[in-house]
Design a binder for this molecule. Structure first.
Ligand code: GRF
Length: 212
């Protein structure tokens, strides 16, 4: 069975969704760069090993990433799953885990990489927003896409209500992506593209606002 390590920085609701789904892998550990991350307590309550590698203990990104990699490799991880991990990773770290490192981002990439995605989406007046699970590559929030979910943006939305609607979908698509990965049903091919041996499910269309 494949082993995954989940990296968090805070609340850990995506991590929790993974812990509460029956997945075909062993969750070997949850590692946080912040000792006060709420998600650490949730992981402990599920009996999952936890560790803290604080970025504040290191002079630069390279030495922090080296310590992080050492911690991850100590758990013999096949895959590294970023779940609200709020540190930019060095190219060396990303290359080390090529095809084995995934992230969830709260927008329909390549739109809105970076932070404050929901506020920016509202500002632009877009009508469909969502979330993306992707392989991590050196360009921030631009890696090959595994799965996306879309939600309508409603006229009365605030960044908070929109974030909550997107988050519900994050909790659905991240376990699916991890399942595919751990069963070797989705992988990053030699050309840096997402490959799959699954029969494709077509998904459904979303029109927003809806037709009358
Ligand atoms: C999520 O919206 C995720 O997409 C983003 O950061 C947030 C983390 O939330 N990368 P949580 O810690 O999983 O609750």
């Amino acid at each position: 069975m494949k082993r995954i390590v989940i990296l968090i920085s805070g609340r850990g609701s995506n991590m929790q969704a993974l812990l509460e789904t029956k997945l075909p892998c062993e969750i070997a550990a949850v590692i946080s760069n912040r000792a006060d991350a709420q998600g650490l307590e949730i992981a402990k309550s599920h009996g999952i090993a936890t560790a803290v590698v604080s970025h504040k203990d290191f002079a630069d990104r390279a030495t922090f990433d080296a310590a992080l990699a050492k911690a991850i490799d100590g758990y013999s991880a096949d895959f590294v799953v970023l779940a609200g991990f709020m540190r930019i990773l060095t190219d060396g770290f990303v290359e080390r885990y090529r095809g084995r490192l995934i992230n969830i981002h709260p927008s329909l990439l390549p739109a809105y990489p970076g932070i404050d995605t929901h506020a920016r989406a509202l500002q632009d007046g877009i009508k469909i927003h969502g979330c993306t699970v992707h392989f991590v590559t050196p360009t921030l929030d631009h890696g090959p896409i595994i799965i996306q979910a879309a939600v309508p943006v409603l006229r009365a939305d605030t960044a908070q209500t929109l974030a909550a609607r997107v988050l519900r979908e994050e909790h659905r698509i991240y376990p699916q992506a991890v399942r595919w990965l751990c069963l070797d049903q989705v992988w990053l091919d030699g050309n840096g593209r997402v490959a799959s041996d699954r029969l494709e499910q077509p998904g459904t269309s979303l029109i927003s606002p809806g037709l009358e």
